[in-house]
Ligand binder design. Sequence first.
Ligand code: PBG
Length: 357
Amino acid sequence: MSSPKDKTVSLRTERVKRAGGKTPPVSRSGFPATRLRRNRRADWSRRLVRETTLTTDDLIWPIFLIEGEAKRSAIAAMPGVERLSIDLAVKAAEEATSLGLPAIALFPNTNPALRDDAASEALNPGNLVCRAVRAIKSAAPDIGIICDVALDPYTSHGHDGLLVDGEIDNDLTVEVLIAQALVQAEAGCDILAPSDMMDGRIGAIRAALEENGFANTQLLAYAAKYASASYGPFRDAVGSSSMLRGDKRTYQMDPANGAEALREVALDIAEGADMVMVKPGLAYLDIVWRVKEAFGVPTLVYQTSGEYSMIGAAAMSGWIDRERVMLESLIACKRAGADAIFTYFALEAAKLLKAKA
Ligand code: PBG
């Protein structure tokens, strides 16, 4: 029996024979002139030809807030993530700054007694998120602060907008979002991120910011936000899941649609968005790619709570390697064209990247 090696040799002999004794020309366009494994042999070489890099500059850390002092509370569906009282959020922001993270995103868990049908607590300049913005701005002024513009932490029904006769009323909601945006801008928020998916809210908020002396406040539009099943743990974290009646499919996008995302993004850019977001992450990287290709604007991606929890749970069961899957999921977002990633892994990834550097 001949070994595979003998077989290669005899095939070559055959070709030499057929070419009349002359060595046949080596193909320059394919194998073996091209052997893609050559560049992969050594670590130094893999680093040399690497197309995409992940740095702490790419990561935004979402932080959940609760009332109180020196208080932290675990989120059952997100092992490793805690809600923090403002004083601890300040410490977290300082740590994030020292690790080089460019920005944090704040999400309040509003006291249920303060939630009502009009989302009035959203307009209170002394609400939890506004107090946190002020405290963090004075203690850690070098990190960017992002605030959600949406009513779900404040409504008694858990929706991002106001309900009128059982429907989310678009234009009425936009009026409240404008007021919420101004309250947060006044508190010192750097980037306002409307995540509500109402029509026309970017233009309306942008105009209000210009008129009220906040021309430099940035707008990050959750432009292509899908009605995904992966927001469940987040809704637990902010305390809206037990309140939510129905679902969000009349305003968040149908996961089956791609072209529609481009229309959403085009509108938000035209209305004055400085950056756009695609959400969720991993299952929607085709959308990230299309958006980045079509518009070339700063494009962010949100690795959602459900994505975090899926990786965390599988790792806790010992089925996957937490660090490797985490880094792989983040680099995949970068490769798809994301300029930055909202991720609950931000702090952990930043520490890991620092240790590797
Ligand atoms: C609220 C909001 C949600 C998220 C960010 N802002 C939840 C939702 O739309 O129901 C999801 C974040 C996550 O799952 O990590 N407008």
